[in-house]
Design a protein around this ligand. Structure first.
Ligand code: GFB
Length: 320
């Protein structure tokens, strides 16, 4: 891997800067002294509208695009709104990637998800497992969109020599996560459920508790994104994770301990478990010099503190 640093005055567009991932990237870029950051709220720019996206690119001409905008949600939201997950993601990522190419953006980092890999894949999951088997049914629509985004970047890189590439993070959590119990992922849901049941009310969790998941603090992902502003990628995509997983039951016990909850926990097995395991092999990214630094306990404590300070103004997250 060669080094090709983006200097701190380069115009960088962070798409999705109000979400958990985009806001963490913006925090990290600000901290590292980047001064030419471009952002738009979804009210100012609807990324699902190609005309609006083209006009924006023609006016701002970003040299770097970090594509963190996406329709995201937990297992139930993915399962209940397959059309919104495939349509919104395909549309917005196609619009942004195509406009970036048309208006001369030199480097684009597309953010995906570990759910792009087949359900029954060998663990830990290596990048070369992509498209080797059927996807997990609860999130295949989202996964197909993310695979398509990765392939768009791969095609532009191969055909036009563009430095467009993808980072595929494992399950993320951290400040600005979605804590709406209907649409959230497991980690914020558990923080909220245990906190609201303090000190000893019953808590209802989903599935059997046996699936294994890997969790990465979003600030570690943001660190990986900035790392790739300083390194020329030698591959089309990289797994970004911790290399360690635990069962949902173990996660629930850890969050219970951190919150101080002492009541009963029920498991609602009418809710889906999802994929049995998705642990990423992070050898490829480690070879570039990046590795995660936030432990799961430290990350959950940090997120729990954020939740307690912000819970009075958290928004419900509906899918329309
Ligand atoms: O995080 P999660 O919603 O999604 O659920 P996935 C992970 C596991 O936690 C599942 C269990 O086995 C859930 O049944 N779980 C237990 C709960 N209690 C709860 C709860 O209160 N809320 C939630 N949400 N889960 C998502 C994909 O899969 O992972 C997305 O659907 C994306 O597309 C994301 O890829 C990273 O890890 O199963």
């Amino acid at each position: 891997m060669s080094t090709a640093s983006i200097d701190t005055h380069t115009p960088i567009y962070v798409a999705g800067h109000r979400g958990m991932v985009g806001s963490a990237i913006l925090r990290t870029l600000n901290r590292d002294g980047y001064t030419n950051l471009i952002t738009r709220t979804s009210d100012e720019l609807d990324l699902r509208d190609q005309q609006q996206v083209n006009t924006f690119f023609s006016q701002t001409r970003p040299e770097v695009v970090i594509l963190a905008a996406a329709r995201v949600g937990g297992i139930l939201a993915n399962n209940e709104y397959p059309y919104q997950f495939i349509r919104d993601n395909l549309t917005l990522q196609n619009n942004v990637i195509h406009a970036a190419h048309q208006y001369g953006t030199e480097r684009l980092i597309f953010l995906g998800s570990s759910c792009i890999y087949p359900r029954e894949v060998r663990q830990p999951i290596r990048e070369d497992s992509l498209l080797t088997g059927p996807l997990e049914a609860t999130n295949e629509w989202y996964a197909v969109a993310k695979i398509a985004g990765l392939k768009m970047c791969q095609a532009l890189r191969r055909q036009y020599g563009r430095c467009y590439f993808s980072l595929m993070p494992t399950n993320l959590y951290g400040p600005n996560d979605n804590f709406d119990l209907k649409t959230s992922h497991v980690l914020p849901a558990l923080i909220r459920k245990f906190h609201e049941a303090l000190p000893d009310k019953e808590v209802n969790l989903w599935g059997t508790g046996s699936p294994l998941r890997e969790f990465l603090h979003v600030d570690d992902l943001a660190g990986a994104v900035v790392h790739f502003l300083h390194h020329q990628p030698g591959h089309d995509f990289y797994n970004i994770g911790t290399g360690k997983d635990l069962s949902i039951y173990e996660l629930s016990e850890l969050i219970r301990e951190i919150t101080g909850h002492t009541g009963k926990v029920n498991w609602d097995t009418s809710k889906p478990d999802g994929t049995p395991r998705k642990l990423l092999d992070i050898t490829r990214v480690k070879e570039t010099g990046w590795s995660p630094s936030i432990s799961l306990r430290q990350g959950i404590e940090d997120t729990y503190n954020w939740f307690k300070s912000n819970k009075s103004h958290l928004k419900e997250v509906h899918i329309e």
